[in-house]
Ligand binder design. Structure first.
Ligand code: NAG
Ligand code: NAG
Ligand code: NAG
Length: 220
């Protein structure tokens, strides 16, 4: 490869990274609002905006964790009980195995649409569907590896300012600040939210037919 070609390729890569807005989704496994947002807003709209955003899933929500350095042991308390901590670990461990951003979303959608995202039998079906090594996922979730992944999601969640007050919460551009004005809109009209916030807007934002349809659906 000659140098000019190399620098061209590098340039294209840099531009496309710059154009992709990080969208961080703070959510938890057994939360109806998280299920609703991920399956009804995020997933159906993703196809229109996948070139413009980079999703980042943080399964933890309103949980707490402590680390005891004497015993080298983590303790978690989750909003909807122990099963939710497990559910969050299953997703943390599954996500850690997946590289492709579309597959990450599909895996999360699969688990979150399941009857119980905190039960292994449902997670297993999703793991198999998206080529996640199920045995690796289970051994991760039931070991220190899962503890560490979940604690890391917890540290990121607890870094938010102000403290997480609603689950799910969406934050753009790797900010640690929760913009309270963004929250209701981002959950209820994810596409409309992105159209007003993204510097590089997807085509659908300029499509008046779909905007018309949206207004019509709203009115009638
Ligand atoms: C850590 O664990 C040890 C042994 O169980 C216990 O004595 C100690 O109180 C724990 N420390 C904290 C901060 O909980
Ligand atoms: C995103 O964050 C970067 C670094 O903090 C900042 O320079 C940039 O202006 C932000 N972009 C938007 C669209 O807010
Ligand atoms: C859509 O509406 C915008 C704002 O009203 C206008 O600038 C644009 O030309 C319209 N596009 C089409 C294709 O009609």
């Amino acid at each position: 490869m000659n140098n000019l070609f190399k620098s061209l390729v590098l340039c294209i890569v840099v531009v496309s990274i710059k154009a992709s807005m990080p969208v961080t989704v703070y959510y938890e496994a057994l939360c109806g609002d998280s299920v609703h947002f991920i399956t009804r807003q995020l997933y159906p709209n993703y196809q229109f905006v996948k070139d413009k955003i980079t999703l980042d899933f943080v399964p933890y929500g309103k949980a707490l964790h402590t680390y005891n350095s004497t015993t080298d042991h983590y303790t978690f308390t989750c909003q909807h009980g122990k099963e939710e901590c497990l559910g969050n670990k299953y997703q943390a461990c599954g996500l850690a195995q997946i590289d492709n951003p579309d597959t990450k979303l599909e895996f999360v959608v699969c688990v979150m649409s399941a009857y119980n995202p905190g039960k292994l039998e449902y997670v297993k079906a999703c793991a198999e569907r998206y080529q996640v090594d199920y045995h690796k996922l289970v051994s991760c979730a039931l070991s220190r590896e899962g503890d560490k992944l979940l604690a890391a999601h917890g540290d990121r969640t607890q870094e938010l300012e102000p403290n997480l007050y609603f689950v799910p919460t969406l934050v753009l551009n790797n900010s640690i600040v929760i913009n309270s004005d963004d929250q209701d809109e981002s959950r209820q009209d994810f596409m409309g939210f992105l159209c007003t916030r993204l510097p590089h807007k997807p085509d659908i934002c300029n499509d008046n037919t779909s905007l018309f349809k949206k207004v019509k659906n709203f009115l009638f």
